[in-house]
Design a protein around this ligand. Structure first.
Ligand SMILES: CC(C)CCC[C@@H](C)[C@H]1CC[C@H]2[C@@H]3CC=C4C[C@@H](O)CC[C@]4(C)[C@H]3CC[C@]12C
Length: 859
């Protein structure tokens, strides 16, 4: 992962801190990497940033003395918070950190009413601070907060408090882990001294693992390190947010003094929720409200959305069919202030119990999951079942009333952002840096945009009915699978690599081949042409607006493959490496070349009777501690032969969430603007919608777009999902514009490749003599990986990389610069540096052939 290596250096700096014993904060061994910091804090000095070290975990704390061990107090007050992407600037928000959870509201009043804008578990976040600018950043993977204190004193207080909460919560988590490991060790008589965690020199739990069966121990420790802190704790955070909602509703209930109208359905829901939430009946002495059922119900009432509660009629009369005891218990008495006070107290104490039981449930689930993890031996089972489990989870969540407080993320989310944005505007002047980050900060208080939600449901339903294109099933005469299945790299874990390379510049650390897939970035860019038929269609569509719809669908289709491709990374091409792809069946030929090494730039060009396609891509990376954002800077270009159109568009941000763990997933977000440089008749705007919560919603990967005329009127509207397809409901006949091809059989055992990707690196005997020796297909390490020879790949990869370094040294000695062979650097109309195909590749190939010309020797 050369290109991302420097970013990962940042993670290393936190990790190195695990070994240190400290209770304050100090400069990490390595400061924030320049690639990260320079782009992220463009106007702030990188050197002023510090990554807060992870705190040592003291395992001598037992359950009891844990309580005594200075549970940090609540800290609350106003801080400036950077506004959510895409808005710029800062606004004042009221923050409270309590028991390791940082929550915020618009103001203190909202907070006291339980009206939360967001919450984050500080123990799971990477915390970076800038004393000079009084900035505090918390990155929890999915959620990212940028905060700023008004005064140095406030800054000091917050940093200290947040740190204390982080440490305390981590201690708590470590205790659970430790207890679990101890339980495991007790159940095993086998002794094993060198557990993987010990070998790493540091262990998450701070002391050597107990003696356990080595296989189990290895799996457990790897899992505890890489997975549990992410997902389970995210779940816990969600529970916490739900409890906020509960609290808010409880308060509302409380304020409803004497009368409420609750209908039959509500009561049933209350009862079933009571069953779901409280496994054991709670003992409670009591008068009218002291009955255990009543208390449970009171708690469950809090889970109802406010729309279920009105203050008009009396319950008793509206629910004649409900069993008497329920009815009587639920009928609010004429309230006296002491009674309502009592009710309030009961509700509060019950809320605490709900919290405790959810917490216990979570711990039990975590352990259960561990057992499952151990028994999962088949990779395929693992992969396919994860998706199913996600679905089940979302069903279970909605069944248990979660949906009451969590709206399915959709464009409604942007509504949340505007909600957040329209008050207390403090942007412009106070804006110190632009918020380029597309990361959501997890607010959940927006009302769903029902119209939008309906539209996306409609798109999805229409898409599911649309048949897949036939050409995907057509026999191309090419291979349909790879020679060997992909290696299991779940054990590799970037964490381990980071541990083993503390102190080194990670961009120079060669990553194990098991992390690679047998295609390189030049081939990965070619994969963007999988749905080139959309360009063919565009070239035969007279209406310019409709034409634009097809171009837009093509721009979106290039992202589809990402759905299954987050476990492996493509090879980084060496400087001068090339890749050609001739597809008679699709009517195009493609050539690409690695034209620069620092920064890495891949240029490509494809031509057909219908279109030309070219782009040069380079990326900026931002590493946020848990997630890595890839920001492509080059433009994509397409010209259509029949109409002389020249379309140009930008690419969106791709974010690898949870990059260090097996819970990694990709998300694309941002806006794409497609312009036709030859005509201003229409433009197109596509929004890749950010998802708010991982795995629990149906609107993940959502895309929406509009084709606009010269005066910005919407001519066409389309939407869908970048992994499922695009539907346009403004074309003469409602139409599915594009749908991804079905994945080949057993694709998960073949790197998640599509059929098109499987074909990418195929080397047939008749093709071999026609290729230049620089073609990726001839790259030996990649070939070895494709054949499943992982150890040999590692060795060969080192050799290829070493050879590249030597070539560079020789050039530097001679004072020469590498000159790309098939692309030339030039400036576009906007004065930006671009790489254009120089026409020589196909000339040589079609005439003299590469055997008759001088070629670079790359490996
Ligand atoms: C540690 C490893 C195994 C994590 C996996 C990293 C993978 C998911 C990363 C590494 C390089 C990344 C690619 C780099 C560049 C681009 C071009 C951009 O226009 C679209 C996204 C795309 C195609 C990225 C997709 C995600 C990617 C393939």
């Amino acid at each position: 992962m050369d290109s991302h290596g420097s970013s990962l250096d940042h993670a290393q700096s936190q990790l190195s801190g695990v070994e240190k014993v400290s209770c304050g904060w100090h400069k990490p061994t390595h400061s924030r990497s320049s690639s990260t910091a320079s782009s992220r804090h463009s106007r702030l000095n990188i050197k002023d940033w510090e990554v807060m070290d992870d705190f040592p975990v003291d395992l001598n704390l037992t359950g009891e003395n844990m309580q005594d061990a200075n549970t940090p107090g609540i800290c609350e007050g106003y801080l400036m918070k950077r506004r959510k992407w895409p808005l710029k600037g800062w606004h004042k928000r009221y923050f409270v950190v309590d028991k390791g959870i940082l929550r915020y509201s618009k103001n203190q009043h909202d907070f006291s009413k339980g009206k939360m804008h967001g919450a984050l578990d500080v123990s799971l976040a990477v915390m970076s601070v800038n004393k000079k600018a009084r900035h505090i950043d918390l990155d929890a993977g999915d959620i990212l907060y940028h905060m700023k204190a008004k005064t140095p004193d406030l800054y000091y207080i917050w940093v200290t408090k947040l740190s204390a909460h982080r440490m305390h919560k981590k201690n708590e988590a470590a205790q659970v882990h430790n207890g679990f490991l101890q339980a495991l060790s007790q159940s095993s008589n086998l002794s094993h001294k060198n557990s993987p965690m010990q070998e790493m020199g540091t262990s998450y739990v701070g002391e050597p693992l107990p003696c356990v069966n080595p296989a189990v121990n290895g799996k457990v420790s790897a899992w505890l390190q890489t997975q549990e802190p992410d997902i389970c704790a995210q779940e816990l955070t969600r529970c916490q947010i739900e409890l906020n909602e509960l609290q808010r509703l409880v308060q509302k209930l409380h304020s409803l003094e004497s009368g409420q109208m609750i209908n039959n359905g509500d009561l049933q829901r209350i009862i079933s929720m009571q069953n779901l939430l409280l496994d054991k009946p709670k003992k409670k002495s009591g008068k009218i409200w002291g009955h255990s059922h009543t208390l449970s119900r009171a708690e469950a009432l809090g889970m109802l959305s406010s729309s279920h509660l009105t203050s008009s009629a009396h319950l008793g009369t509206s629910v004649p069919s409900i069993p008497d005891y329920v009815s009587t218990q639920a009928t609010p008495p004429a309230s006296t202030s002491s009674e309502s006070k009592k009710l309030h107290q009961d509700i509060c104490s019950m809320s605490l119990k709900v919290h405790a039981s959810l917490r216990t449930a979570h711990e039990a689930l975590a352990q259960e999951r561990q057992r499952l993890q151990d028994t999962w031996s088949s990779r395929e089972l693992h992969q396919t079942t994860s998706a199913q489990i996600n679905n089940l989870c979302s069903l279970a969540e909605s069944g248990s009333g979660r949906s009451l407080s969590f709206h399915a993320p959709s464009v409604a989310d942007s509504g949340a952002e505007y909600f957040d944005a329209c008050d207390e505007l403090m942007c412009a002047s106070s804006s110190e840096m632009s918020d380029e980050s597309g990361l959501s900060d997890g607010s959940s208080n927006s009302e769903p945009d029902e119209a939008h939600a309906m539209a996306s449901r409609k798109y999805r339903a229409s898409l599911s009915k649309a048949p897949a294109k036939l050409n995907s099933i057509k026999n191309t005469g090419r291979r349909t699978t790879l020679p060997a299945v992909c290696p299991d790299n779940s054990h590799v874990g970037l964490m381990t690599i980071l541990y083993n390379n503390i102190g080194k510049d990670l961009s120079r650390v060669s990553m194990p081949a098991a992390l690679n897939e047998p295609v390189c970035l030049l081939q990965r860019l070619c994969e963007e042409l999988e749905y080139s038929d959309l360009l063919d269609t565009a070239n035969h569509t007279d209406d310019p607006y409709q034409r634009m719809v097809y171009i837009a669908a093509f721009a979106i289709s290039g992202y589809a493959t990402a759905q299954y491709r987050n476990r492996y990374k493509p090879f980084n091409p060496v400087l001068g490496e090339t890749f050609e792809c001739i597809r008679e069946d699709r009517g195009f030929r493609y050539i690409s070349e690695q034209v620069s090494h620092h920064p890495p730039i891949s240029a490509c060009h494809a031509e057909s009777n219908n279109f030309n396609f070219w782009q040069d891509q380079r990326w900026k990376n931002k590493f946020w501690g848990k997630s890595l954002e890839i920001m492509p800077t080059g433009m994509v270009n397409v010209t259509l032969k029949n109409y002389g159109d020249h379309y140009e568009w930008n690419k969106v941000v791709t974010c690898i969430h949870n990059v260090l763990s097996q819970q990694r997933y990709l998300e694309h977000y941002g806006e794409v603007i497609i312009r036709n440089l030859k005509s201003s008749v229409c433009t197109c705007k596509i929004t890749f919608v950010k998802s708010r919560y991982w795995g629990s919603d149906g609107s993940k990967n959502e895309v929406q777009g509009q084709v606009l005329d010269e005066t910005d009127n919407i001519v066409h509207r389309f939407g869908g999902f970048w992994h499922e397809g695009i539907f346009c409901d403004t074309l003469p006949n409602l139409q599915c514009i594009w749908k991804p091809n079905p994945q080949p059989k057993n694709y998960m055992t073949y790197y998640g490749f599509s059929s098109f990707a499987m074909e990418m690196n195929e080397l047939t005997p008749d093709l071999k003599p026609l290729l230049p020796p620089t073609d990726t297909r001839l790259r030996p390490d990649q070939r070895l990986l494709e054949e499943g020879k992982i150890e040999e790949t590692d060795k060969k990869k080192d050799e290829v990389e070493e050879k590249q370094r030597e070539r560079r040294k020789i050039l530097a000695k001679r004072g020469e610069e590498h000159i790309p062979r098939f692309f030339r650097k030039t400036l576009d109309a906007a004065g930006k540096e671009v790489w254009l195909y120089n026409g020589t590749y196909w000339k040589i190939r079609d005439n003299a052939g590469f055997v008759n010309v001088k070629n670079l020797e790359l490996w």
